[in-house]
Write a protein that binds this ligand. Structure first.
Ligand code: IPE
Ligand code: IPE
Ligand code: MG
Length: 251
C-alpha cells in the first residue's frame, strides 16, 4: 500500500483495527500561528477535530480512544492560554457526540486542580454517558505518567504500612490495576500529530509495547483519512512481543 495515497476506510483490514488508540493531539498553536490567528483559534479547531476523530474511531470498531488534552506540564503555559483551555473543557465537552455514537466518556488525571466548571462538566459527562457501550473515549486532563506512577507507589506504601500489602503482592498486574487507566486496555497504537518525536510524559507504562506513529500534520488538520493512514501503517507492522518473526507468523 502506498503510504502517500489517500485512504478510505474500506481499504483497511477490518479484522485488525487497533482496539486501543492513544493520541497526543499536538500542533494546535502552530496551526493557528500559520494562519495569523491567536493560539486559542487552534484550540477551538482542535476541539472540533476531537469530535470528528471520536466518531470515526467508534465507527471503525476501536474500543478505547485515549486523548491527551492537558498535561501536568501545561500549567506552565501563559495563564490566559490555560484559562482558554479550561474554558473549552467547560463549554465544549458535550454529551451529544458521545450519545450519538454510543460512546462512554471517561477521564484520567487529577481533575481536582481544574476550575470548578471544567471539573463539573467532566463529571457530568461521565455520568450521562456511563451506560454507552460501543467505545470508551478517555480524556487525559491534568495527567502525566510520572504523576500517575508516583501516586501508585505512594498508595502501595500506604497499603503496606497498614499491613494489607506484601512485597510479593506487587506484580505487573497489581501496578496496572493501580494506574488511572485500570479500566482500559493498553494502547495498541500511539499517534502523535504535530511533528514532535517525543512522548511528553504520556502513558509510559501502558505504551511498553504500543506501535508508535508520528506525523507532521497539525492536530486540527488530522482528519479521517489521516487516521486511516495511521491505522494502515499499524496494519503493516508485525507485533512480535519479543518473539521471532517466524514464531509470530506460525501463530
Ligand atoms: C496541543 O497543541 C494542545 C495542548 C497541548 C493543549 P499545542 O498547543 O501544544 O500546539 P503547538 O505544539 O504549540 O503547536
Ligand atoms: C503534549 O503536548 C500534551 C498534550 C497534547 C496535551 P505539548 O505541546 O504540551 O508537548 P511538549 O511540551 O511540546 O512536549
Ligand atoms: Mg505542543
Amino acid at each position: 500500500m502506498n503510504p502517500e495515497a489517500k485512504l478510505d476506510a474500506s481499504q483497511l483490514d477490518r479484522n485488525n483495527i487497533p482496539q486501543s488508540i492513544a493520541i497526543i493531539m499536538d500542533g494546535n498553536g502552530r496551526w493557528a500561528q500559520e494562519r495569523g490567528l491567536p493560539r486559542s483559534a487552534g484550540h477551538i479547531q482542535g476541539v472540533e477535530n476531537v469530535t470528528r476523530i471520536t466518531s470515526e474511531c467508534a465507527r471503525l470498531g476501536v474500543k478505547f480512544l485515549t486523548m491527551y488534552t492537558f498535561s501536568t506540564e501545561n500549567w506552565n503555559r501563559p495563564e490566559a492560554e490555560v484559562n482558554t483551555l479550561m474554558q473549552l473543557v467547560a463549554d465544549k465537552l458535550e454529551d451529544e457526540i458521545f450519545m450519538k455514537n454510543d460512546v462512554r466518556f471517561r477521564y484520567i488525571g487529577d481533575i481536582e486542580r481544574l476550575p470548578a466548571p471544567a471539573r463539573q462538566r467532566v463529571l457530568d459527562c461521565m455520568e450521562h454517558t456511563k451506560n454507552n457501550k460501543r467505545m470508551t473515549a478517555v480524556t487525559a486532563l491534568n495527567y502525566s505518567s510520572r504523576w500517575e506512577l508516583t501516586k501508585a507507589m505512594r498508595d502501595a506504601v500506604i497499603e503496606a504500612q497498614a499491613g494489607r500489602l506484601k512485597p510479593e503482592d506487587i506484580n505487573e498486574e497489581y501496578i496496572s490495576q493501580h494506574l488511572e487507566t485500570n479500566f482500559m486496555t493498553d494502547p495498541d497504537l500511539l499517534i502523535r500529530t504535530g511533528g514532535e518525536l517525543r512522548i511528553s510524559n504520556y502513558l509510559l507504562w501502558q505504551c511498553a509495547y504500543s506501535e508508535f506513529y508520528f506525523c507532521d500534520t497539525f492536530w486540527p488538520d488530522f482528519h479521517e483519512e489521516d487516521l486511516h493512514k495511521a491505522i494502515a501503517a499499524y496494519q503493516q507492522r508485525q507485533r512480535r512481543f519479543g518473539m521471532t518473526g517466524e514464531q509470530v507468523t506460525k501463530g
